[in-house]
Ligand binder design. Structure first.
Ligand code: GLU
Length: 309
């Protein structure tokens, strides 16, 4: 056994971009945060491509993401996992949930849901329960929803603190397979995080609100719960999250050292400004050595200096 294997901890983290566009500075920050958390603890870091939603995919995005991460000096353990090749796993989990009577088939259109919400004068963000008594038909083209129950999901986020969300009151019956037959993000992520034995999920805080869904699915499927750390989001001058929708610029391979240093700055790691003149290798050595979770500002904020795109 090599000394590296001997020292290896059981920590397993991951970065799981959706190829809806090229890598931008916001996604770089998530990649840097999850990578440093894993490397600081001598753990493994996996790369997963969340390509389960073909209509939202952008041609060439997978290639750009992988190439950019590689140029920026990220090193992933194991082979890259593609969600598009894992439908059998999601189907299997879905069948388990159906067999245990946790699901129902839903035929509601958006309009229909709105109609029932208004009629019941109910919370517009919660499914009004119209189809709750329909059995879940595996072969149908209906959506499949999880029946939520009166339970509070409680977990401690390593940066955002204690979380407590009422499943029935704040989330409601949520979709795990869409009416177009595609598996929902909540199901695919829960299955893969468990299958890949991920011990800690580090990602942007836009996904904090998805964690209770995933926590509940882990409970129903008998998986253990990873720990969670939700990073601050990078916001633009208009106060919007950097994303494809807000036309965030792609980051380019040749700007690696500048953008890595800016990402470290954003995450409160206080790198010396000279660091951007170092090689990517030296930047990573410095960053792993100095990585401090408690220095990360928990709230989303904008950049003082614009990242290079
Ligand atoms: N694929 C998701 C995204 O790019 C992230 C999934 C996750 O980290 O759970 O927003």
């Amino acid at each position: 056994m090599s000394p590296f294997q001997l020292n290896r901890s059981t920590y397993r983290g991951r970065f799981a971009p959706s190829p809806t566009g090229p890598l931008h500075f916001g996604s770089l920050v998530s990649a840097v945060g999850s990578y440093l958390q894993a490397r600081k603890q001598n753990g493994q870091w996996l790369l997963r491509i969340d390509d389960i939603d073909p209509p939202r995919e952008q041609k060439g995005a997978v290639k750009h993401i992988i190439k950019t991460l590689d140029h920026y000096g990220f090193e992933w353990d194991e082979e890259i996992l593609y969600q598009s090749q894992r439908y059998d796993f999601y189907q299997n989990a879905l069948e388990q949930l159906v067999d245990k009577n946790h699901c129902f088939s839903c035929q509601c259109s958006r309009k229909n849901i709105q109609y029932h919400v208004e009629k019941l004068d109910a919370n517009p963000h919660i499914y009004p329960g119209t189809c709750r008594n329909r059995p879940a038909k595996n072969s149908s083209t209906d959506a499949i929803r999880i029946k939520s129950i009166h339970q509070h999901i409680r977990f401690k986020d390593l940066l955002q603190g204690d979380q407590c969300v009422g499943l029935a009151d704040e989330i409601g019956d949520f979709i795990i397979r869409r009416s177009d037959g595609l598996y929902a993000y909540q199901l695919a992520t829960t299955v893969d995080d468990a299958e890949q034995a991920i011990t800690e999920v580090v990602r942007g805080s836009d996904l904090l609100s998805s964690t209770p869904h995933q926590y509940y699915l882990q409970q129903l499927l008998g998986y253990s719960h990873p720990s969670y750390l939700h990073l601050p989001l990078v916001i633009n001058i208009e106060g919007e999250k950097l994303s494809k929708q807000t036309f965030a610029k792609a980051i380019e391979p040749e700007d690696a050292t500048t953008n890595l240093t800016l990402a470290l700055q954003f995450l409160g790691q206080n790198p010396d400004s000279e660091l951007s003149k170092a090689s990517t290798e030296d930047i990573w050595l410095w960053a792993i050595e100095h990585w401090q979770v408690h220095s990360i500002p928990p709230h989303s904020h904008s950049m003082i200096e614009s990242p290079h795109g």
